[in-house]
Design a protein around this ligand. Structure first.
Ligand code: FAD
Length: 438
């Protein structure tokens, strides 16, 4: 009887253990199979090389439960191979950091750049202060992209500054440079904290978001706006988001000096800053730099680039119709611009890209451009650069030396931006180049 009982108990125990572990192993096997496919895809499209921030797995610590894979909201950044987490498409990482937080044994970490490709990051402390006392850096300039991060950093930075108390009467508490999401959040929290501040923005409220292609779907998360409430949405069309931010500015009474470019920031002996702009000078106890990483668009450096038909951003694609268009570049911005221009009546759109395939672009963009190419709405010239621009055409050359002249009315260049390093250096901010560091 006793033997029968213990056999029964052992049987039930084994059954229970199997019931718990079998689905887990099935899931792991499925993940491993999917990873093999994703790896091949990443290699094919150059997504296996990181661009900036991306995760790195420590194989000595990883226990292979796949929590990081499940936590990542992006496509195929992580997978599972040989019972351990594997970084598959690091180029798709946009720095949510959810993988890092999901790992119970701290085996995964986000790092900037890679051994091969360094990334310039200004030196900042945990409270966003740079090596220049009183000069803070928030948003994408600090190395962390995404609208939600920008909002969160603006909040945290101002909360720290507000605790320091008031400065001299003849100086503002704060000068905020830039009014993209990071500057906007900094300004709204400053307003809420009752600080005396000025917001100087060289273009208009919204920063990089305002320059996204028309009708672009923006992915973001909930943020709390002081004096307005909580904004809860995961996806929103760019125009609606900009409209919402403009509404917030109106309703809160926030003053933004748009069209005002800051050229110099000098810290005086008393610790206050003189901020020089295109319209004047301001004295402020603290400065928050929220100028993003767009800097100045990278130029091609070829004859004829000064012609008015050469553009570096595309806000109104409908302004271009019945045109022979050449889009230069192979990133998301170039692809989105090419697609938007191809949607306009009568346009003939060609892309010229130095690479031999689209690497590091979002999966949605990849399928849309593949589709447009298959339907002959866009033609892509691979391994091709622009050599010369004239009013009526463009001279292009492939890497093997073949040249061609293309009839052209509009040249849209999306060759990335140069970090405003010189400006930062003038302000005394130290910039490090990170080669795979946390
Ligand atoms: C094509 C594209 C798609 C994206 N999609 C998403 C997405 O779906 N979801 C998401 O979360 N993120 C997305 N991002 C990233 C997101 O846009 C950025 O992370 C975010 O805009 C960074 O905000 P920021 O305020 O730090 O900088 P920015 O938005 O770049 O704003 C900086 C501001 O500073 C101003 N400025 C610069 N220099 C000066 C100066 N000297 N004087 C005065 N003003 C100055 C600029 O005019 C600008 O308005 C995308 C980015 C791109 C390029």
């Amino acid at each position: 009887m006793l033997i029968a009982d213990s056999t029964l108990i052992a049987g039930v125990g084994t059954g229970l253990a199997l019931a718990i572990t079998l689905p887990f192993y099935r899931r792991q096997r499925k993940l491993e199979r999917a990873t093999a496919e994703s790896e091949a895809h990443a290699l094919r499209y150059g997504l296996h090389e990181p661009v900036s921030l991306h995760p790195v797995v420590n194989p000595d610590e990883c226990i292979g439960i796949g929590a990081c894979v499940a936590a990542c909201p992006e496509d195929d950044v992580l997978g599972l191979r040989n019972g351990q987490a594997k970084v598959v498409s690091p180029a798709r990482c946009i720095g949510h950091g959810l993988c890092e937080r999901a790992c119970p044994v701290e085996a995964i970490q986000l790092v900037f750049g890679s051994e091969k490709r360094g990334v310039e990051i200004p030196r900042i402390k945990h409270n966003f202060e740079s090596n220049v006392p009183g000069l803070y850096i928030v948003g994408e300039l600090g190395g962390m992209g995404l609208i939600r991060n920008a909002f969160e950093q603006g909040r945290q930075c101002v909360e720290g500054i507000a605790k320091e108390g008031r400065g001299p009467k003849d100086a503002l508490d704060l000068a905020i440079i830039g009014c993209g999401p990071a500057g906007l959040a900094t300004a709204l929290h400053s307003l809420h904290q009752g600080l005396r501040f000025v917001v100087l923005e060289k273009e208009d409220v919204g920063g990089t978001v305002r320059n996204y292609p028309r009708k672009k779907i923006v992915m973001t998360g909930p943020v709390t706006v002081p004096g307005f409430g909580k904004l809860v949405f995961k996806e929103i069309v760019k125009e609606r988001l900009i409209g919402l931010w403009e509404d917030i500015v109106r309703r809160t009474g926030l003053r933004v000096n748009t069209g005002e470019t800051v050229s110099d920031i000098v810290r005086g002996k008393d610790g206050c800053f003189t901020v020089t702009s295109s319209r004047g000078a301001y004295r402020a106890r603290r400065v928050v730099l929220a100028i993003g990483r767009r800097g100045v668009p990278r130029k091609l450096g070829v004859p004829g680039e000064g012609l008015p038909k050469v553009i570096y951003s595309l806000r109104e694609p409908e302004a271009y119709q019945k045109d022979r268009v050449l889009v230069v570049g192979g990133g998301d911005s170039a692809v989105e611009a090419a697609l938007a221009l191809a949607d306009q009546p009568g346009n003939q759109v060609t892309m010229a890209y130095r690479g031999d395939r689209f690497s590091r672009i979002k999966p949605g963009n990849l399928s849309r451009i593949d589709n447009a190419v298959a339907r002959r709405r866009v033609e892509v010239l691979w391994s091709t650069s622009v050599v010369e621009i004239t009013p009526g055409d463009v001279l292009v050359k492939t890497t093997n030396g073949t040249g061609a002249r293309l009839g052209n009315d509009l040249l849209a260049v999306f060759a990335g931006g140069e970090l405003p390093t010189k400006f930062l250096e003038r302000c005394g901010v130290q910039v490090d180049v990170k080669f795979g560091e946390p």
